[in-house]
Design a protein around this ligand. Sequence first.
Ligand code: ZN
Length: 233
Amino acid sequence: MHKKALVLFSGGQDSATCLAWALDRYEQVETIGFDYGQRHRVELDCRITVLQNLRDAFPHWAARLGQDHLLDLGLLGQISETALTADKVITFEQSGLPNTFVPGRNLIFFTFAAAVAYRRGISVLVGGMCETDYSGYPDCRDDTLKSLQVTLGLGLDQRLVIETPLMWLDKSQTWVMAKSLGGPGLVEIIRRDTHSCYVGDHSTLHAWGYGCGKCPACELRAKGFDAFARAVI
Ligand code: ZN
């Protein structure tokens, strides 16, 4: 029944792994990304590289990989003054959330993705949200996304499934999933070609990928890759 999927593909480790997961399962897979004035806009360039390298390295996936959609959501940068969209130091706020939290971001992303999916005859949306070792963003929670699935399905009067294959995995288990889906070749594409660093530092390639090595996204990625590499050895 559900043969076509639209993957929310930012250019980071998690969404690249989700893209491989979807390519392994669905007959047709399209991708969607958002330009919202993020400081780490370099991830948008990484999207193109990852898509091309996946096509080259995995011909059976290339046959399934369809259109890529890039939406301009600059208004999200206008309405939120956060460390993800403005040149601010990353700190924790009184709410307990880091100031990289862009309020409503995933709700907006999924709503626009659903509109594109509707037009394209796609019934599955795939996102790399995770509740295991995350920053506490409330719009990454399983309950939020299950509720959104119901809301979008009702609002479009069409059955819509939101799949979040990483929801209960930690970052090292996400690398394990990548390896099981595409072997060392996929692990290397994700390590070398994706971008997770919040401040957009893409100057140094570490063992775990590019990044500043200090922001919360880099710390999580480095810790996860280290645990994965030690387990593999
Ligand atoms: Zn960083």
